[in-house]
Every structure is written in C-alpha cells, then in structure tokens.
Design a protein around this ligand. Structure first.
Ligand SMILES: Nc1nc2c(ncn2[C@@H]2O[C@H](COP(=O)(O)OP(=O)(O)OP(=O)(O)O)[C@@H](O)[C@H]2O)c(=O)[nH]1
Ligand SMILES: [Mg+2]
Length: 209
C-alpha cells in the first residue's frame, strides 16, 4: 500500500495531458489504455477532484454552475501512458433541458456499460448528503452491468470530521450487499488534500486490475 501510494504520487506529479473531449460515443479515443471514470451527480466535485489528483489547478474545468462538464473528457496519465482518467458529465441536474438530460444520460450509461477498457468507475458522493436515489440508480446500473466501482465522498472539509466518519460508515454499510461495489469508501476533500494520496493509489490499483 505504502509502495503504491508513492508510485501513484510520482505518476500523477509527472506527465498528465488533456487528450480529447467526446460529446458522443463515436468520438471516444481508441481503446488502447486502461480507463478510470469519474462519475457522480452534477456539482459533486468530479472535475475539482481530477485537478486535485493531478495537482493542477485548471486541468479539468470546474465551476459552481451545475452542468459544467458536458462531454466525456479524457486525460492521459504517465509517460509512457499508464492509464486515462475520464471526467464525466454529472447526472441528476434538474434544471437542464429535458433533451439535454436525456442525451447525457445515454452518453454516461452507454459509456459505462460498453467500454471494454474501463477498469473501474469512481462514483462521487457529496459527504454532506450521502447516497440519494439518483445515485442508487447509477449504482443499480453498474451492478447490473457488472462494472466495478468505488464510492468516493467529496467536500469532506465542509463537515466535521466526526460527521465525515459517520457518513463514511453509513455509506459503507449501505453498499455492502452491492455486487460490483468495492467495500471501502474513500473520504476526500479537494480543498485540503484530505484523502487525495490514497485516492491516487486507488486509481493506480484499479488501472492495474
Ligand atoms: N469546499 C470544497 N469545495 C469543493 C470540493 N470539491 C468541489 N468543490 C466545489 O464544488 C463546485 C463544483 O465542483 P466541480 O468540480 O465543477 O463539480 P462537477 O462534479 O465536475 O460538476 P459538473 O461538471 O457540473 O457535473 C465548485 O465550486 C468546487 O470548487 C471540496 O472538496 N471542497
Ligand atoms: Mg465537471
């Protein structure tokens, strides 16, 4: 574990490049490297977490406006290329026009279900809110499609450490019976760096599956 944390730190502090944006499945890059997808509700902190992982301020576009990320964005990590991180559009964004929501849902579901090189999805959950029904729908889909996933709590700096521990335990209990879920829930705070070294190691571990 220690050894993997150090290797992951080195990898993420080395070469990381934005590869491309895919607004549709036809635009996906060639499946020539393992992929780790970052999924979660709109505004949960997906793009911010990618910036924290890579130690870059604005590699992935983050913003207070929900619906910021509208395509699948691919980032190459490592030289030689070790794996790709995929920043996904958020789900559960109520204010978006219906046809846009439908388009995103198809893109997210089709990618997650059909991508051969996808090693694991990280499903981000706001630590202040815990699992919601929109999250459970995605987890159901991943369980049915047998896509391995892991829950990552975000924005841990916004609540007390005791509350963060309680939410982590509660979510871990709820996902225990889910077949495709990794049993360990990771608590993070991009703002303070809490849990980021462990998350880097978790990404590397998944890429090496
Ligand atoms: N305090 C704090 N704020 C965070 C953290 N992570 C994200 N945020 C804030 O939450 C807001 C949304 O972050 P994004 O990274 O854009 O969220 P996203 O999941 O990519 O959103 P969409 O692309 O719209 O789906 C931004 O204002 C971030 O600064 C965190 O760990 N701590
Ligand atoms: Mg985003």
């Amino acid at each position: 574990m220690e050894e993997r944390i150090e290797r992951a730190r080195k990898l993420f502090s080395g070469r990381v490049d934005f590869l491309k944006s895919a607004p549709k499945l036809e635009h996906l890059p060639a499946p020539d490297a393992p992929e780790i997808a970052i999924a979660g509700r709109s505004n949960v902190g997906k793009s911010t977490l990618i910036n924290a992982l890579t130690g870059r301020k604005a590699l992935a576009r983050a913003s207070n406006t929900p619906g910021r990320t509208q395509e699948l964005n691919f980032f190459d990590v490592g030289d030689p290329l070790a794996f790709r991180i995929v920043d996904m559009p958020g789900y559960g964004f109520a204010e978006a026009p219906k046809d846009v929501v439908k388009k995103w849902r198809h893109l997210i579901n089709d990618y997650l279900r059909g991508r051969q090189v996808l090693k694991r999805a990280l499903v981000l959950i706001d630590s202040r809110h815990g699992l919601k029904d929109v999250d459970r729908e995605i987890l159901d889909m991943l369980d049915t499609a047998a896509v391995s996933y892991r829950i990552v709590l975000t924005k841990g700096d916004k609540i007390k450490p005791s509350e963060l521990n309680a939410t982590t335990a509660k979510v871990a209990t709820e996902i225990r019976k889910r077949p495709a879920a990794h049993p360990d829930v990771l608590a993070t705070a991009a703002e303070t760096g809490h849990g980021i070294a462990e998350l880097r190691a978790a990404v590397l571990e998944a890429a090496e599956l």
